[in-house]
Design a binder for this molecule. Structure first.
Ligand code: BJW
Length: 251
């Protein structure tokens, strides 16, 4: 049965996807919205309602008030840890099994793609479940949470921070290089649940389009990308992705 909120998927798209041997999917926060994780630009809840995420996810914010930033990430780590992958995450696992050259590029830091079972994942903006020393950059797995906020590195005394990419920081070079290469080479590129406002990730669909890929967008809202994509599919990724996979590769 087709969900009333799921748009009809054009038959030409199904045909193109079925024939494609190289597919790239770029995901954003919208993919995890149906797992109960607020998107980046959506109002935060509870104690964090009065803060804009854009004002907390930066080196300046961390320098100004490291305790506040650490506490926000501690709250978000809790949300992420208790969330479960949704039907959209699982559909991407199924897609990976069907396409010989499949690349999943995510801007999300929530680890839900990996927990769903996706394997070929490029994490552009890091992972909130990893912590590193802000002084030496090394990953740290143990600290005294009760002592201070943020805790200090037990080796060098530097402040600990989440291993994510804040505004003004460089993306991991290898991840970005691989993502750009995949976007240049693919036949079909799907942009799912992203506002397309944050660079350099926002360039990836445009790179794919310039390289003649078929561009698909899945998002309930229009974005800056909507007017240039080949197939804009307006709706929720948790409904559209499973439908797309089922119709493209029926059992
Ligand atoms: C659904 C749905 C459902 C809802 N189904 N959909 C070029 C031009 C202008 C500016 C720049 C530029 N190049 C660089 C910049 C500066 C800056 C930038 O892009 N600024 C813009 C805001 C203008 N970029 C950077 O600073 C980057 N660094 C950089 O460029 O460094 C250069 C450098 C080089 C060498 C040395 C030093 C520096 C870094 C960007 C890092 C972004 N980090 C964050 C935070 C990560 C950690 C954390 O989570 O706390 O990443 S910001 C935030 O935005 C997060 C996200 O990954 C990212 C993207 O957001 P996303 O995923 O698109 O989420 P939303 O909330 O915006 O949208 C959700 C969408 O889902 C919506 O459209 C909904 O409709 C939809 N949706 N429910 C499907 N069920």
């Amino acid at each position: 049965m087709i969900d009333q909120d799921t748009p009809v998927i054009p038959p030409e798209l199904i045909k193109t996807l079925r024939a494609a041997h190289s597919v790239v999917v770029l995901t954003g926060a919208g993919v995890s919205a149906e797992s109960g994780i607020p998107t980046f630009r959506q109002a935060q809840t509870g104690l964090w309602q009065k803060y804009r995420p854009e004002d907390l996810a930066s080196p300046e914010a961390f320098r100004r008030n490291p305790g506040l930033v650490w506490d926000w990430y501690t709250w978000r780590r809790g949300l992420v840890s208790s969330a479960q992958p949704n039907a959209g995450h699982y559909a991407l696992v199924a897609m990976e099994h069907q396409v010989s050259d499949f690349t999943l590029i995510t801007q999300n830091v929530d680890d839900l793609h990996r927990r769903a079972g996706s394997r070929a994942i490029i994490e552009l903006h890091g992972n909130i479940l990893r912590t590193r020393c802000s002084k030496e950059g090394i990953l740290v797995s143990e600290w005294n949470e009760a002592a201070e906020s943020p805790p200090h590195c037990q080796k060098c005394g530097g402040l600990l921070r989440p291993d994510v990419v804040w505004f003004g920081e460089a993306l991991p070079t290898e991840a970005l290089t691989q993502a750009m290469h995949a976007a240049q080479q693919c036949q079909v590129f799907l942009a799912v649940g992203t506002s397309g406002l944050v660079y350099p990730a926002a360039n990836l669909p445009r790179i794919a389009l310039q390289a003649q890929a078929v561009l698909v967008e899945i998002n309930p809202q229009r974005t800056e990308l909507s007017s240039v994509v080949t197939y804009p599919l307006a709706g929720l990724s948790g409904s559209i992705l499973p439908e797309l996979v089922t119709q493209t590769w029926p059992k």
